[in-house]
Design a protein around this ligand. Structure first.
Ligand SMILES: C[C@H](O)[C@H](O)[C@@H](O)C(=O)CO
Ligand SMILES: [Mn+2]
Length: 420
């Protein structure tokens, strides 16, 4: 796309949106302030760097064997840098605890410390990224029977409690050094393949473990806690301890942020409609935007109806300061850098569309009971020239606009990832 074409299309878009009373420049400014948290685990199929051949467990699976996955911290960082170069704006990187820089040492999960993540912090500082963090309660011998923080054995529970406390300290240090609150997310795989009779016992254990974890007080200026539910996993089809009701109850009772992962609910259940409810009861929301296809399959995020509904709900609720947008998928069947870029750009496009929505008029129609008019304008808004505004935003940020980024990723594949 030629620069002149982009500018010309933008001028038309600006005028078209102005007809509807929408300030396109303001929407671009707002979009530019929206940081998306890029999950580090797409680049290496959730392998981590504790030990090279560790099996991925916890009921999640990265399917596919596309060549070129990152095999080391430096390869992973280079891939993220490449993806970031094709995404307009300043963003965050979301790291799991088993991605520590352990320098060849064996450091068990309950022993991890901020020093094992200093090189991540230094890299983030240099590249102007902010960081988010997660404890890793899977892919470990002490989670092999499917239970961690809710385990029947108090010694195993204590091991995972210690791990999560250490992880929260690391998150706090990341936030302190980078000057931006690091969100620490707790997701655990605990659950059973088949009918479980002592459901209350495990949930009681989990509640007590969380209480103990949060007894360690962190500085809210540096880190924020979030808790993530799930409906089922592979091998935990019948029972998951940390269900939606469990964490919603815990979060509301204890003033904790709730993480909503689009893949963690019934196949036809959407998270977009949960936002306006949760905002009334929970302090903040973290989103793990994913795309489940038939199950929590973690497909690459695309600009589909649910992504649009999700961003509309955030913008309509004026909740950009309380809803944090992160991605969570791991597709090992396609170019992994491409997977990042497609997912983040789709999320940005959805946010932009939502920012450009003729909301004042839509609200007026709704208040007057003019439901045909509301429906018609919602339909018309879908084909307004928002794509021209996104191309302009890319141009303004010095990032390739349109599909031309495909060739750039192909080049990186030829020169870098195909040689791994
Ligand atoms: C790597 C995990 O997928 C991630 O931490 C967690 O958020 C999840 O969604 C598990 O299904
Ligand atoms: Mn998730």
């Amino acid at each position: 796309m030629k620069e002149s074409q982009i500018n010309q299309a933008f001028e038309y878009a600006k005028a078209r949106y102005a007809d509807l009373g929408i300030d396109v420049e303001k929407a671009v400014e707002q979009l530019d302030k929206l940081s998306i948290s890029l999950h580090c685990w797409q680049a290496d199929d959730v392998a981590g760097f504790e030990n090279g051949d560790g099996e991925l467990t916890g009921g999640i699976q990265a399917t596919g064997n596309y060549p070129g996955k990152a095999r080391s911290i430096s390869e992973l960082r280079a891939d993220i840098d490449k993806a970031m170069s094709l995404i307009p704006g300043d963003h965050r990187v979301n790291i799991h605890a088993f991605y520590g820089d352990f320098g060849g040492e064996t450091v068990d999960r309950d022993q991890i410390e901020p020093k094992h993540f200093q090189s991540w912090i230094d890299w983030a500082k240099e590249k102007n990224y902010k960081l988010d963090f997660n404890c890793t309660c899977f892919s470990h011998e002490k989670s092999a029977d499917g239970f961690t923080l809710s385990h029947r054995d108090p010694a195993i529970r204590q091991f995972w409690i210690d791990h999560v406390v250490q992880s929260r300290k690391i998150a706090e240090e990341m936030g302190r050094q980078l000057g931006s609150e690091c969100i620490h997310n707790i997701w655990i795989p605990d659950g059973s393949k088949d009918l479980t009779v002592d459901r209350l016992l495990y949930r009681k254990n989990l509640k007590e473990s969380l209480d103990q974890i949060f007894e360690y007080k962190t500085n809210d200026d540096y880190m924020l806690d979030s808790i993530e539910c799930k409906l089922f996993g592979i091998g935990s089809e019948s029972y998951v301890v940390g269900s939606h009701e469990f964490y919603m109850g815990y979060g509301v009772a204890n003033n904790k942020m709730i993480t909503l992962d689009s893949g963690h609910f019934h196949p036809t259940e959407v998270i977009s409609d949960k936002i306006s409810s949760l905002l009334l009861f929970a302090p903040e929301i973290m989103l793990h935007v994913s795309r489940g296809v038939r199950w929590d399959s973690d497909h690459v995020v695309i600009l589909n109806d649910e992504l649009q509904a999700l961003t509309q709900e955030i913008i309509r609720a004026n909740a950009l300061d309380r809803v944090h947008v992160g991605l969570d998928y791991f597709d090992a069947s396609i170019n992994r850098i491409g997977a990042y870029v497609v997912g983040v750009r789709a999320t940005q496009k959805a946010l932009l569309q939502a920012l450009l929505e003729p909301i004042t008029q839509l609200r007026a129609y709704e208040a007057n009971g003019q439901n045909f008019e509301r429906l018609a304008l919602l339909e018309e808004a879908k084909s307004l020239p928002w794509a021209a505004v996104f191309d302009y935003y890319c141009l303004k940020k010095g990032v390739i606009a349109g599909e031309a980024y495909i060739a750039d990723i192909q080049q990186y594949e030829k020169e870098v990832t195909s040689k791994r």
